[in-house]
Design a protein. Structure first.
Length: 428
């Protein structure tokens, strides 16, 4: 009796060829067929960082739909709020976007910071309060697009698209359903009360188009890219310096290599944004002999001289509820108080969760906005608080009622403020 011992030989792989006829007892044993090898899969190609994914395209689709909604609001207010009460034709659609800060930004792009232009009064000329990033971009686009307002709207449209894609990617990091988290974050941002300023020719979209990719680069430990993008954000708004502080904290808390060592040679990139602010300060000093020209313009035009937080809160509260302002202004001051309350709550939550870099960014923003004569432009500033929109998105994934409450109670304010802005009633 013959016993067959087990071996470590793998079983023969099946083939598509017909079985060979059985050899006769006296025939020589044929040569063994070569063993089949499992074909190696082709190496996977890494998706380039700048290539749009299906999730990105979904976010952009939502972005375009909300742009369409805001454009429709502007169309309606052109009919409902024409230049004259008895007008038989609507106001030009583009005129709905030529409001307040847009005039300053256009004049800087068209005439520079110090060349006079028709209708300006030296006492009210505070152009230097606006950083040069957006006007330089506007002047560049104007070389191709002849209409200044169209050029400004086009800049906000394109840079806003960059911003929402970056926001969605940040929100999706570390989430079981990153696609849904990213879409929720962008949805909350695009339907936030002050969302109209992302569509107008203002600086918010451009700032976010630099700031959010900079933050994403910092989270990926790409410090040169983070520093350069933050420098561009600082050239657009002073808030870039707050972002630089947050990225510096992120650097100090990071461990770059497998041994947990920090790459100190990358630290100077965190200081790159200060170059933008310093260059603008030197430029203004060369023309005004004033190292604080930017700050003094803020004080003259917008009452941003220093006051304690208690004084600022008291002045804002009296303006909102003390019946010392017209109802339009009082309502706006009520929005300022509400936005400040949201910011303080956000800061507390970030501290409790030990999100130190984001907490630094929000804290500096609140300090700058909360130490003027009164609160001013805080609802607009909420657009720049990306931890707010990401936090709401993550919370809504755990508690569905958060999204329902936001859509039902908060998002309608976006229409109210859009009508207020495009009808020319934002300031009072």
């Amino acid at each position: 009796m013959t016993t067959t011992l087990p071996t470590d030989e793998p079983p023969a792989l099946p083939t598509d060829e017909p079985p060979a006829p059985m050899a006769s007892h006296h025939a020589p044993e044929p040569n063994p067929a070569p063993r089949l090898r499992k074909p190696q899969s082709a190496p996977r190609r890494r998706r380039p960082a700048g290539r749009l994914t299906p999730a990105d395209l979904g976010v952009l689709r939502l972005y375009l739909f909300t742009r369409l909604g805001l454009w429709l609001v502007a169309y309606c207010t052109a009919w409902l709020s024409p230049a004259a009460a008895d007008a038989k034709t609507p106001a030009p659609w583009l005129s709905r976007w030529e409001q307040w800060d847009w005039a300053h930004l256009q004049h800087i792009a068209q005439y520079g910071y110090f060349e006079p232009f028709p209708g300006v009064r030296p006492a009210s000329d505070n152009r230097v309060a606006f950083f040069p990033g957006f006007p330089l971009l506007l002047r560049t686009v104007h070389t191709v697009v002849s209409d200044w307002t169209v050029a400004g709207l086009l800049i906000s449209l394109v840079t806003g698209a960059v911003a929402v894609v970056a926001l969605a990617r940040i929100a999706g990091v570390g989430q079981p359903d990153g696609v849904l988290a990213g879409r929720r974050a962008t949805g909350f941002l695009l339907t936030s009360p002050a969302a109209v300023f992302l569509a107008a020719g203002y600086t918010e979209s451009t700032f976010l188009a630099f700031a959010l990719p900079a933050w994403l680069a910092a989270r990926n430990r790409n410090w040169p890219v983070a520093g350069l993008l933050t420098a561009a954000a600082t050239a657009t708004r002073v808030s870039g310096l707050f972002l630089a502080a947050a990225i510096t904290v992120e650097f100090l808390l990071a461990h770059d290599d497998r041994r947990g060592r920090r790459r100190w040679h990358s630290l100077p990139w965190c200081a790159a944004p200060s170059v933008s602010a310093l260059a603008y300060t030197v430029y203004l000093h060369a023309h005004t002999d004033d190292w604080m020209a930017w700050k003094h313009a803020e004080e003259r035009g917008w009452y941003r001289d220093f006051h304690s937080p208690a004084e600022a809160f008291g002045n804002t509260w009296r303006s909102a509820f003390g019946h010392v302002q017209t109802t339009g202004y009082a309502w706006e001051f009520q929005l300022e108080l509400l936005a400040m309350a949201v910011g303080v709550l956000l800061l507390i939550l970030l501290l409790l969760h030990r999100r130190w870099p984001e907490a630094v960014y929000i804290a500096l923003s609140l300090w700058a906005l909360g130490t003027s004569y009164w609160y001013l432009s805080i609802p607009r500033a909420t657009l720049l608080w990306w931890p707010l929109w990401i936090g709401l998105a993550h919370w809504s994934l755990r508690r569905e009622w958060v999204r329902e409450a936001y859509v039902g109670a908060v998002a309608p304010l976006a229409v109210v403020l859009a009508v207020t802005f495009t009808s020319g009633h934002w300031s009072g």
